[in-house]
Design a protein. Sequence first.
Length: 330
Amino acid sequence: MNPKELLKRYAAGETNFVGINLRGVNLFNADLIGITLTGADLNGANLIFAYLSRAHLRKANLIRAKLDGANLNQANLTAANLHNADLHGASLQGADLRSADITLANLLDANLMDADLRGTNLSGANLTGACLRGANFREEKRIYTANLIGANLHKADLRGANLTGANLAKVDLSGANLTEATLREADLSGANLAEAKLGNAYLSDANLSGANLADAYMRNMKLERANLADADLTNADLRDSLLTDAKMSKAKLSRANLSRARLIKVDLSRVDLREANLSEAELIDAYLARADFYGANLRKANLARAELSSANLMGVELAGATMPDGSIHD
């Protein structure tokens, strides 16, 4: 069917075009709100600035489709194939993208706020500057996780997103906003989170080994049992964060702010804490073998039963700190 006929029939009130062949058609700026294109072939179609809000595109073939600036708000794109599609600046707010193939797609500055991305394959996609606030990547009652391997999420807005159990190993999340996001049990090993905003985020049991978190804002985070071994947390803000039972061996925490952080039973062996702020931090039963605290602030910190025998405490401020033997430092 040619685009002229499609638009004529749609204007006359027809909306059901299931399985139609629209391969390579030009529908630039077309008004197709609420249209049903389930299983349609739109391979390579030009849908730039098209109005497709609440459109039914389930299992549609949108490979290499041009959807720059298109409005796909609340559209049904479940199991659709958007491989290598161009969605630069497209709006997919509240869209259903469950099990869709969005590999290698361009989602630069796209709006995916509150989108359903459970089981979506986003590997290799460019999500730089995309808004993913409130997006759902995982259904809690089953293993149904989005694939984000190799995705570029530089400066992406992921506030409140559910990324429980997601595979984000080595993903670029530098400068991303993950405020109040849920990343429980997520794999962020080797990920770049430099300058990311992670305030009030939930990363309990997450794997952050070798991750770059330099200059990250991590205030009031939940990081119980998280693996932060070899992670770079230089100058990171971890005030009031919960790190009970975390693994932080060999992590870089120089100049980090850990004021009032709860580091109970944390493995901090061989950690670089030079000039870090640990005032009023809880380090009860912490393992600090060969940790370097040179010039650190431990005023009023609680070090009860902590292993400090081989730590470097040169130049450390300990006024009011509870020492391993229970005594209060003058």
